[in-house]
Write a protein that binds this ligand. Structure first.
Ligand SMILES: [Fe+2]
Length: 348
């Protein structure tokens, strides 16, 4: 509770009309951790303890934080309480501030989008759990996208959290037979009218990317780069993904990574969008992971896919001016490590 109170006191809520982040905080971030896909009913290993061992300055929950899958808001609240009671969660919440976004299962319906009938109510239950008593900017508008700017001048980290559910148009299902490489249900739409973020969130993101920051992390519950395996990802809205790339180019962002979850394994993807090497660091599977899905094709993958229970840890090494990306297991052991110097993460 101490840390939650600290967050409330230290974080200044800025408001959503200006070209500023929703929150500003003096908290200097040298290490952050993140994870997704947490079903307290499948609890058998304490990934929260493994994360706490790494003592992150902040912990990001990237969605499917519970498996609500219900239009019954009382049941949804019960399932959030199961998260609160999960071994290790309260201790981690005490030691690290938590920033969260939802994905489909905590939103309320598998692979759900803007037509989910209880999205307003579900949003309120989410906010009551993660931001009790706060009048945060995102509680004042539809959707749960938000941003924070952390740290002192010269070490400012902007965390941009996108909402890939509230405004999202439905994708056509393929009905294709599953193979070792195609393990999902979708293909890319050719309809440029279909949206993932919705116009209001796009305009907000444009403004956010103009906020000066030394390091930027863009959080999406679903993968941005890996697109071949048929599971929900930005590649199914190719015009929306291109719009993201164009925005990054427009603002000539530097030292910027994407973080994602959802797929029940971990991997690091890299794609050269013209003149910028964009990394998408995916961690998924706090309580359950899937080896077959980890073996599906992703030609942007660098290093190995990890099908153990996992979390992502990112060190921001301000002295050496580099990121160190780590995938850790249930014992906090590193299974994959990738170092990325800041000097590589610049637009030409
Ligand atoms: Fe999901």
């Amino acid at each position: 509770m101490k840390q939650i109170v600290l967050m409330c006191v230290a974080m200044l809520m800025v408001g959503c009309s200006s070209n500023r982040s929703d929150y500003e905080s003096p908290l200097e971030i040298k290490r952050l951790a993140f994870g997704s896909c947490n079903n307290p009913r499948l609890y058998n290993e304490n990934m929260f303890a493994a994360i706490e061992k790494r003592q992150p300055d902040i912990f990001l929950m990237l969605g499917d934080n519970i498996y609500g899958d219900t239009e019954d808001m009382d049941l949804l609240k019960e399932k959030y309480q199961e998260l609160a009671d999960a071994p290790g969660f309260a201790s981690l919440r005490e030691s690290s501030p938590i920033l969260a976004i939802w994905d489909d299962h905590d939103y309320g319906v598998n692979d759900g989008g803007r037509h989910y009938v209880k999205k307003l109510q579900s949003e309120q239950v989410f906010l009551d759990f993660f931001e009790p008593g706060q009048q945060s900017p995102r509680s004042q508008r539809p959707g749960l996208y938000t941003s924070g700017l952390y740290g002192p001048a010269g070490r400012q980290v902007q965390i941009i959290i996108l909402d890939a559910r509230y405004f999202r148009d439905e994708l056509p299902r393929t009905g294709w037979e599953r193979t070792t490489d195609y393990v999902g249900s979708y293909e890319a739409t050719m309809n440029p009218e279909l949206t993932l973020l919705g116009e209001r969130q796009w305009r907000w993101l444009d403004r956010q990317l103009s906020v000066p920051a030394n390091v930027r992390l863009i959080v999406s519950s679903i993968q941005v780069l890996a697109h071949e395996k048929g599971m929900e990802n930005w590649g199914h809205y190719p015009h929306e993904r291109q719009r993201l790339f164009e925005l990054l180019k427009k603002h000539r962002v530097s030292n910027t990574l994407v973080l994602s979850g959802d797929v029940h394994f971990a991997e690091i993807s890299k794609r050269n969008i013209p003149s910028y090497p964009l990394y998408d660091f995916t961690s998924s599977g706090l309580t359950h992971a899937n080896k077959a899905w980890a073996m599906a094709k992703n030609h942007y993958r660098v290093g190995n896919a990890v099908h153990e229970l996992n979390a992502g840890v990112i060190d921001i090494d301000w002295e050496a001016r580099r990121f160190v990306l780590r995938i850790i297991d249930r014992t906090s052991k590193e299974l994959e490590v990738q170092e990325i110097p800041f000097e590589q993460l610049q637009f030409d």
